[in-house]
Structures are given as structure tokens and as C-alpha cells.
Design a protein around this ligand. Structure first.
Ligand code: ADP
Ligand code: MG
Length: 273
């Protein structure tokens, strides 16, 4: 009953809404296909406020797609995703979901911060300009307020002295720390990291992991796609293992990384450890 059906009364009928949600992030029965190939299969994931979830799995298992469904950069074919009880892309009326206009989707999406493998900073803006861009554009703060807040964020990621530097003048690790500060500028309820250290030279990985570790310590809700198994074991409350679009297992780091129950998890860990 959760299949996309033709337009209904100006909106799109997506099926019955799920029961009242409890998690900050609720992914419920999500399936997603590209060109007839299913890349997410009936994925259910609940993330509580303050939880740190590490999402592991082989290349192509659907990790990035899952993150992108959480902030509605991708729509789903089946199932629902809510953030703090609300949909990013839909409005619920009765038992039906209607597609929202793009402007409202963008507004709601600001509840979720995202950090990408390749930093994705605006190359023509300095570090501090990158950080204030969204708060100013969305009128969340005056320019002066945004600058003050951005300075605080730059200090927090150890880059107080780099405010006027352009991305090309910064190392990969520094760029990624600016990207994290930028993601924090709209005070998101949850931060999504998609392989945040995969593009970095090995000696720069630690400084980025330190920043993420600090976020975890102060109770920021995080979902982190990473191949840094040691880091996942250290900071995650929960590890979710994805394989071919299926959540094969999830549990504490001790369970999933220490005594994985599924042969494919065991095989993956043998390869990356
Ligand atoms: P991961 O992040 O775990 O490496 P992805 O979520 O990027 O995996 O991809 C999962 C599968 O979906 C892969 O087979 C990939 O080729 C496919 N895929 C991802 N995005 C698209 C897209 N926009 N169009 C078609 N196929 C896609
Ligand atoms: Mg990926």
C-alpha cells in the first residue's frame, strides 16, 4: 500500500503514514530502485537524539543512497523517512502524503547537515564566507551575527586563523573541517557524514576524526559512513552493516565489529581491517 501512485488532488499519494515516531531520524521500510535495480531494500533505521551511528558496507551497498534519502536528496519508492517527526519532502494530511514545493523542501532540509567526501566548499568564497552563506541567504541571522557565529565555529574546528583563506589555500583536512563548520552553521538536528576522510591523505585523517569525535562527545546526533573501523568502534553507539541494499545486521560496535553474525559482515571486516 506504500507504492507511489498517480497524482491525487494536486499532490502525490504515497500511502498510509507510519505510526507515531519516536526517533529523531526514522527510516521505515525504505526501498529505492534505479532503472529497475533495487539499491535499498526495505531499510529500517531509527536514530535517537545524541546517538552516533556508523554505517558500514562494501562499495555499492547503498550507503550514500541511504544518506541521500534521509535528507530527501533522493526520493524513495516505498517507505517513509522522518526527521523529528516531520517529512522533508512531504506534508501529511490524514493518511496521505503530498509533495511539498521545492522552497519548503529546502527549508526543511536545513534540519540536516551533510558533509561529503570531497568537501564541496564554494571555491570562490573564503572559509568564513562559506560558513555564513546559508545563514545569511536564509535570513537566519544578520551578516554580523553570522560572522560572529562562524568565528566561533572556526575556533571549534581549530581554524580560527584561516577565516580569510580560500579553499585552494587550505589542506584537504582543513577544507573538510571548514565543511563541518559550514554544516553546523544552521544548527542541524542531525549531521550526515559520507566518507568524510576517504579523500584525505593519511596524515590528515586524524584532524578530521578529532572534530567528529568532539561533536559526538557533546551529544550531536551523527550518522557516519566510514571505512575507519577503529574510529567507528570508538565513537559509534551503534554500527549498521549494509550489503546490497539490505541491513544485514546492526548492534553495538562490540557485537557487529567484534562478533559479527553474518558471513558477509565477517568477510567485509576481514578486507578492511
Ligand atoms: P555506496 O555509497 O555504498 O558505495 P551507493 O549508494 O552510492 O553505494 O550506490 C548503490 C548502488 O546504486 C550502486 O550500484 C550504484 O551504482 C547505484 N546508484 C547510485 N546512485 C545512482 C544513480 N543516481 N543512478 C543510477 N544508479 C545509482
Ligand atoms: Mg558512497
Amino acid at each position: 500500500s506504500n507504492t507511489l501512485t498517480p497524482s491525487f488532488d494536486g499532490g502525490v499519494f504515497l500511502g498510509a503514514a507510519p505510526a507515531a515516531t519516536t526517533g529523531l531520524v526514522e527510516v521505515s521500510g525504505v526501498s529505492k530502485s534505479y532503472g529497475g535495480i533495487e539499491v535499498l531494500h526495505n531499510v529500517t533505521l531509527t536514530v535517537q537524539p545524541g546517538e552516533v551511528v556508523a554505517l558500514l558496507g562494501p562499495s555499492g551497498s547503498g550507503k550514500s543512497t541511504l544518506l541521500r534519502t534521509i535528507n530527501h536528496l533522493e526520493s524513495v519508492d516505498r517507505g517513509t523517512v522522518t526527521i523529528d517527526g516531520t517529512y522533508i519532502g512531504y506534508e501529511r494530511r490524514g493518511d496521505r502524503l503530498y509533495e511539498l514545493h521545492e522552497r519548503e523542501v529546502l527549508r526543511r532540509r536545513t534540519q540536516i547537515g551533510m558533509v561529503f567526501q570531497n568537501f564541496n566548499l564554494f571555491p570562490h568564497l573564503t572559509a568564513i564566507e562559506n560558513i555564513i552563506e546559508a545563514p545569511v541567504a536564509l535570513k537566519r541571522a544578520t551578516r554580523a551575527e553570522a560572522i560572529e557565529q562562524a568565528k566561533t565555529l572556526l575556533s571549534r574546528v581549530g581554524l580560527a586563523d584561516k577565516a580569510g583563506h580560500y579553499p585552494r589555500q587550505l589542506s584537504g583536512g582543513q577544507q573538510q573541517r571548514v565543511a563541518i563548520a559550514r554544516a553546523l552553521a544552521l544548527k542541524p538536528k542531525v549531521l550526515l557524514f559520507d566518507e568524510p576522510t576517504s579523500a584525505l591523505d593519511p596524515e590528515l585523517v586524524g584532524e578530521v576524526l578529532d572534530v567528529i569525535r568532539d561533536l559526538a562527545r557533546v551529544g550531536t546526533t551523527l550518522i557516519i559512513v566510514t571505512h575507519e573501523i577503529g574510529f567507528a568502534r570508538e565513537v559509534a553507539n551503534r554500527v549498521v552493516f549494509l550489503d546490497k541494499g539490505h541491513v544485514l545486521e546492526q548492534g553495538t560496535p562490540g557485537q557487529v565489529l567484534g562478533t559479527p553474525s553474518h558471513p558477509r559482515t565477517q568477510e567485509f571486516l576481514r578486507k578492511v581491517l
